[in-house]
Design a protein around this ligand. Sequence first.
Ligand code: ATP
Ligand code: MG
Length: 791
Amino acid sequence: GIRPDEDLLAGLNPQQREAVTYRGQALLIVAGAGSGKTSVLTRRIASLLRGREAWPSQILAITFTNKAAGEMRERVGQLIGDRAQGMWISTFHSACVRILRREAEQFGFTKAFTIYDSGDSRALIKRLVKEHEADAFGLTPAAVQSRISKLKNELADAESYARSANMSDPAERIFVELFSDYQRELQRANAFDFDDLIGQVVYLFRAFPHVADIYRRRFRHILVDEYQDTNHAQYALIHELTRPVGEGGSGFESNGMMIFDAPSAAAEDAASLTVVGDSDQSIYAFRGADIRNISEFERDFPGAKVVLLEQNYRSTQNILTAANAVISNNFDRKDKKLWTDVGAGEKIVGFTGYSQHDEAQFVADEVEALRKAGVDYSQMAVFYRTNSQSRALEEIFIRAALPYKIMGGTKFYERAEIKDALAYLIAVANPADEMAVRRILNKPRRGIGDVTATAIARYAANEGITFRDALANASALGVGPKIQAAIARLDAVLAEASELMLPASGELAPATAVAEGLQLLLSQSGYLDALRASRDPQDEARVENLDELVAVTREFARNNPEGTLIDFLGEVALVADADDLDDEAGTVSLMTMHTAKGLEYDAVFVTGVEEDLIPHRISAGEPGGPQEERRLFYVGVTRARKRLYLSLAMTRAQFGEVTVAMPSRFLQEIPADLIDWRQSPGDVNSRGRAQRAVGARRPGSTGGGRYGDDLVPLARREPKNLDRFANRVTARVRDNGDLELTAGDRIRHDDFGEGRVDMVTGEGAKRVAHVKFDSAGAKKLLIKVAPIQKL
Ligand code: ATP
Ligand code: MG
């Protein structure tokens, strides 16, 4: 073949060179993090083009994210200029959309097909579940949706599933009906759901070999990054594309378990396939990713060349040693040791905060210090395991005026469920705010559509009253009885909350009323129930975020006992508004560890390194769960070039609960001499605790009052007695139902500790307990939602 120009190989080590220049049918590059897999893939594309071995249009490169695709395209462009035009560099999903747009007409769709996101398909499934009365068989829409998705990722359809299912079970029969009806409805709507995008292309290629041949002829070089995270459908797609031209497909065979014939090694006509991956970085098993796709590559493609890369070019030796030490605790893996020649570098910095705010403040301080030392903000990243952890970080960053962006997610106060919850509060605080009332009108769904909203608006205009007040006259709106009832219920919930939260009522301290009013709104409106009833993991995350918002109101109450609902909303509005900072000087990136895959930064903060977060508590019960969490941690740690910070908090108000956190087992797996603890878990437990309790500043902190409560009224001021908070059962959004309380009962409150009930006033959902707390004084609590326990 033609040698690519030497400059494309400049600086590459021998294995990397081989990976760039090898010309054969199948090439597998396996290597640890930061060893140049993605770089090699990029250079390989450049070298194919530079050597005129391939036209740009003959290249199909698959990346894991759109961002990675953009970067790869740009990089190839830098290496070889204009010739980079016309390549397909994209994710699996985008590539399949392009193919479907061209070919949809082959099998009964039109070019203009819609793509159903998970909300759309949920709505459709919900309707079908209702029609089939499938609820009675335990088939909730969420469960049906996730089962269908799993099956589609394995390329099963209703028919093939029926063959393997126990059809004498009525629930199975109904599920099969739902599955096939769902598919028929999609077709009728000229729509594909997300999983179909890939599965239907595989179907298309198998059913119409002449169509498949068009793409086999076109794509002569297929390259896949992050191959360890491909699922079965993606794997099958790659196989279809790498069959020899004209051989025809295998015929449509929709059984997902099918074993493929490997393309004949002799068939010069098959496209060349290059895949790169690292089984230690497989972190998407929960979405059907199958690590075996990489471990069985050599079986699937006999004669495949395998290149191993072992030199890491990203990180310092200290960071690598830590990463190696942790990942080597996973059994069932091939040991590979990464090394680097850049030297030991700085030690890893460890920090234990008292709370997540303390931890966030540490991160913010270090970010500022790094910036002063010349590190650009854009070269810093902060990782966490779950989205809801970003809230504390965001608040501290905003208050410290540090520019940041949330990657692959929405900022806390921009999330739909948070905006909904705030709209409920605004509807109470400011009934004239029509936007807010409109926002919650049909959230959760109560059958109030646009037509009704228009009727309400018209009525309000005619009567000269607010939109909110018009809700009180549902019967005058000229809408059906069902809708009338729904409006009346919403009105009643808002009225009840107003009574509780607006200062005139006086039953509760203003700030306590905000917290309890918010819980009341979320539970009485049915908003939480609707989310909880769903088994969509996104809805679970939404519940967590709402719990987090309740935690915010509780902190607000602690810090501003006399603060009103209006004060609270004002405070939040400021925080939310400051979200839009310009990013000219660069911004710090905040993201989950899942999003961090493939990226790199000079300085990386891995936060919340605690048991139950990383490894996450949901992983504990799942087969392979803890090992996957270890790989996730490994991904996080190996993003760092020069500096790595590992931080945790001793107490964490998570899911609305304040719990005492334990250091993650992964910390113990790192050799102790690699970590320089600024404040170790031990410091916090003993000596440090007392110091902090009286407000002493962390040694080395700069600027008077940085840690003062004045700067972070929403976010800080920790409980004085950590132990008391340690075993709090819950401060979750809760419903005590009709908890029986009478004068003389002893109770425990999450914030105020133990106390004695003096008397109970009010009725039903509005019963208020008047409590004399042992140390917190007299308080009034709304029994239904207060975080209390009878002792
Ligand atoms: P990950 O597993 O995290 O996806 P990777 O194996 O894809 O990592 P790259 O992102 O390609 O690794 O490379 C890591 C860093 O090392 C990049 O900054 C890249 O530019 C650099 N690098 C790769 N190879 C070399 C080399 N031969 N000389 C100098 N720098 C290199
Ligand atoms: Mg990579």
